[in-house]
Design a protein around this ligand. Structure first.
Ligand code: F58
Length: 881
């Protein structure tokens, strides 16, 4: 028997794609008296079937064994550590899902307002340990897996980091999620589910960085829940016809359509059942396979659309401070903002609940344009009303003022890929900016050119930071100094135009205990589950417990630090095969490799120390404080100079560590493949950490905070959050050096037009450079391009800061020689820096360092009882008109 196939049905789903009930944001129907109706079947039978959390050891082991049996289809005989990890993770996930479900229902019933954090990067690291700590179940799981013949630490080590981020920006996003969940705030994250996260860094025998892909999803990911029926169609290319009916509307059609599929990642709060959501989008072809092409024998064309769709969420771009104007990158940005907004709009329309979005940096700026398109073209909202909604909805956080990081997109590219969006950008530029600027500053054409969204040139470019600024309700930087720079440099004209009140500061914070050493927690009795393990509660507890340095605390602290140093030493032994002297001072610089972060200054300082040691007699050397210097960090694959710095570090390490004259006093380690997991080993072990950017270039920095929380002192420049940290922990506990921000511009001018040879500026530095050039660490010629950046132009001002850097290093040596005093400093640093744990603050607490832009201005509060909120609901209804 043959059946007839309707060609029109090929590739179409047999039933509607969207199974509405699996979406969040639905409530039970109510009867005439307003009582909720049970939707189907017998309520009691349903309720008896619901499971509760597994918190006791017997129910935990039962759950793990069940997962081995049914989820993994394995047996006790065939279970390795990886399988046991997967079963344990699935069992923990069951608990998270129970909490997740209840939380989302609670939000739907109660929460009047939600915040959404849009970021292309979420650097989450590992999930199992974090979930166990947040659920307060680590001890129970440890006992449980032991009863099943495994060791929890071994299982934790099986998990691959979720490396969906480059560095500080992505890690901050992860901290925000953690904080919001821990403080019971209804916030969701939206990002992309990259198939390949940040590349794996390998170091070749001659010290070069090599990159390998990071197939982190290889063994399936127990922490995500595919929501295949939550999907949206996203269009690219095609053409846009304006309607010319005075409405400003247009119809966008044709081109390529792809599907955004949702994957949900549970974000557990600490010491609360509140569990938030991170929704990551995967791109799939709208129709998987072009059957016509296949039948015509053109297999390549048949799979082409699926290949090009999959490419959109295939890989995280590994550049953290440069933009290249690549079409695929723009596709990623639009795909993600359009899918996220569609999802948010659906929830909003379903519940009539107000939204507050955060465009956290310039990546999601297209969301501003997309929301205009949806409101004007699809929802038929008048342009002016739509613009008012848009500019009430978004909050823009700037994370850098480096010129090379300010995103610009070529107009022809935008016109081709997103024709309707380009029209909207031109309209916003004309009607919502230039006309108003001309009115306020008549005849000031230069100002118009500077402020326009369009930068003239061949081709023209769209300035995304300007768009983010004018399309947002508030703009902020991430530390006081940085926010000042935003106001006085890149967005100065906009401050003149809007007034200062739109431009604030929200200094970054850090997740409560990402890296705070676990041992210290037990020792300061914060381990009890009833203790406030997160946010302001924890910060108060640390301050109270550690605030007054007592001699008992001092010795306790020493033991803790020592054990963390030994853990790091063990890691180095296992991974590099090198022995670490755990009695030495541990000096750590771990961050993305970038000229502005000046790892080069650090390695040149190490070489100087080495040369100084070599010139000493053995008796003199005996007086020197032994030091281990640790580096870790990845360079963008195309960043030649940064990669040369890695090569120099690795080759200097090779020489120094093998030198019998000095190896008892100085050792150097470059730890490959820096990750959140590695940071968790390195940070608690540090005595001193380096944050030595050229003044005015590091927006905030966040690892500086994590080091302080772990009792590591800072050696740094007067830059970013270093300044506020020092204000809090006391300037005697921070080692500052270098020129200040206001001097930088003039110094650069002098270097450009009136250069002075390095020999005159800093003989010490000149000696170091000569030694490298002359081949002390292998072929000196290799390093010439790197050394030339210092000898010529010296944009990052190493020659200016080198001598004061050496002085600061000596001050560290001197301070460390009095170990009791040093430990006191370390304790004070942890205690005082604990204010950084206050991540998300509600205005009702009247605290200053707020973290979520929704609350920064103190105008909007969560919860249905807030009268302002009701006003906003009404406003939105009016706009929808
Ligand atoms: C980082 N920015 C800052 N990328 O460098 C760091 O100081 C800060 O602590 C951190 O953000 C969190 O606020 C960063 O990693 C960017 O700023 C991007 C550059 C390319 C365009 C989009 C922003």
């Amino acid at each position: 028997m043959t059946s007839v196939i309707d060609p029109a049905a090929i590739g179409k789903a047999k039933r509607p794609r969207r199974h509405v009930r699996s979406l969040t944001g639905y409530l039970p129907e109510k009867d005439n008296e307003g009582k909720e109706k049970w939707p189907r079947g017998e309520e009691k039978v349903w309720k008896d079937g619901l499971r509760s959390l597994d918190t006791g050891v017997p129910s935990i082991t039962k759950s793990i064994v069940n997962h081995v049996q049914t989820s993994l289809a394995r047996q006790a005989y065939s279970l390795d550590d990886l399988g046991a990890y997967q079963a344990a993770a699935l069992s923990v996930r069951d608990n998270l899902l129970i909490n997740w479900n209840d939380t989302q229902m609670h939000y739907t019933r109660k929460a009047g307002k939600r915040a959404y954090y849009l970021s292309l990067e979420f650097l989450m690291g590992r999930a199992l340990d974090n979930a166990l700590l947040n659920l307060g179940l680590k001890d129970q799981y440890s006992t449980g897996v032991e009863k099943l013949g495994f060791n929890l630490e071994d299982l934790l080590a099986q998990e691959r980091d979720a490396g969906l981020g480059n560095g500080g920006l992505g890690r901050l996003a992860a901290c925000y999620l953690d904080s919001s969940a821990s403080q019971d705030l209804p916030m969701w994250g939206y990002g992309l589910r990259y198939k390949y996260g940040i590349f794996q860094q390998l170091i070749s025998p001659d010290g070069q960085q090599l990159e390998a892909p990071d197939p982190w999803l290889e063994h399936s990911n127990p922490w995500e829940l595919p929501r295949l029926d939550v999907n949206y169609e996203i269009r690219f290319y095609g053409y846009s016809d304006r309607l010319h009916d005075g409405s400003g509307r247009a119809v966008w059609q044709g081109g390529q359509e792809v599907l955004a599929i949702a994957y949900d990642v549970m974000i557990p709060g600490c010491d609360t059942r509140n569990t938030n959501n991170l929704r990551l989008w995967e791109c799939q072809p709208k129709r998987g396979f072009d059957l016509n092409s296949f039948n015509a024998g053109d297999y390549e064309h048949a799979v082409e659309s699926s290949n090009s769709a999959a490419a959109i969420t295939s890989v995280l771009y590994p550049n953290d401070h440069t933009t290249f104007g690549k079409e695929l990158r723009l596709k990623q940005q639009y795909f993600w903002t359009a899918a996220s907004l569609a999802d948010i709009m659906r929830r909003f329309k379903n519940l009539d609940k107000p939204i507050s979005d955060s465009t956290m940096h310039t990546h999601p700026t297209l969301a501003i344009v997309e929301l205009m398109r949806v409101l004007v073209d699809e929802e038929d909202v008048h342009w002016d009303a739509a613009w008012k909604i848009v500019t009430e909805t978004f909050f823009f956080t700037n994370h850098t003022v480096l010129p090379e990081a300010l995103e610009k997109w070529p107009v022809p590219l935008l016109e081709h890929l997103l024709p309707r969006h380009m029209q909207i950008i031109f309209d916003i530029d004309t009607f919502d900016i230039l006309v108003a600027v001309e009115k306020k500053f008549p005849g000031d054409r230069e100002r118009l050119a500077r402020m326009s969204l369009i930068e003239e040139g061949v081709p023209q470019n769209v300035r995304m930071a300007h768009l983010a600024c004018i399309g947002s309700r508030k703009v902020n930087g991430v530390a006081e100094l940085h926010s000042d720079l935003v106001r006085t440099t890149i967005l100065k004209d906009f401050v003149d135009f809007y007034g200062i009140s739109k431009f604030g500061n929200v200094t970054n914070g850090s997740k409560s205990f990402l890296c705070v050493d676990r041992v210290s927690f037990t020792n300061i009795s914060v381990s009890s589950h009833s203790s406030p393990m997160a946010g302001p509660g924890l910060s108060q507890l640390i301050t109270k417990t550690l605030g007054i340095p007592k001699s008992t605390r001092t010795s306790e602290r020493n033991i803790i630090k020592q054990s963390n140093k030994e853990r790091l030493a063990h890691y180095v032994q296992v991974t590099l095969g090198l022995k670490v002297n755990t009695q030495a001072l541990f000096d750590v610089q771990i961050k993305r490799l970038h000229e502005y972060k000046r790892q080069t200054l650090n390695i040149l300082g190490v070489v100087h120390r080495y040369l100084t040691l070599k010139a000493m007699t053995p008796a003199e050397r005996k007086k020197v404080i032994p030091r281990n210097v640790f580096f870790a960090g990845k360079a963008a694959p195309g960043y030649y100079v940064a990669k040369l710095t890695i090569r120099l570090i690795v080759n200097v390490a090779r020489v120094i560590n093998a030198d019998p004259d000095t190896k008892d006093y100085l050792n150097l380690f470059f730890l490959p493949d820096y990750s959140v997991t590695l940071a968790e080993v390195l940070i608690p072990a540090s005595d001193i950490s380096q944050h030595i950017s050229t003044a005015g270039t590091e927006a905030s920095g966040t690892s500086n905070m994590k080091f302080c929380l772990n009792g590591g002192l800072l050696l740094g420049t007067v830059d970013g959050a270093n300044i506020e940290i020092a204000e809090e922990v006391g300037s005697s506990n921070v080692f500052f050096f270098g020129h200040l921000t206001p001097a930088v511009e003039e110094l650069r001018f002098q270097h450009m037009y009136h250069p002075v040879p390095v020999e005159e500026k800093s003989p010490a530095l000149a000696h170091v450079l000569n030694q490298i050039s002359s081949g002390l660490f292998g072929d000196g010629g290799v390093y010439e391009p790197l050394l030339n950046t210092i000898k010529q132009g010296d944009y990052y001002l190493l020659t200016e800061d080198f001598d004061s850097y050496l002085e600061a290093l000596s001050m560290v040596d001197e301070a460390y020689s009095d170990r009791t005093e040093w430990i006191k400093k370390s304790i004070m640093t942890t205690a005082k820096a604990s204010y950084l744990l206050r991540t998300l603050h509600t205005p009702s607490q009247n605290l200053t360092a707020s973290h979520t832009h929704t609350y920064t201005d103190g105008q909007v509060q969560l919860g249905p009882s807030n009268p302002r909120l009701r006003t906003r609901v009404l406003e939105h209804r009016e706009y929808e008109g």
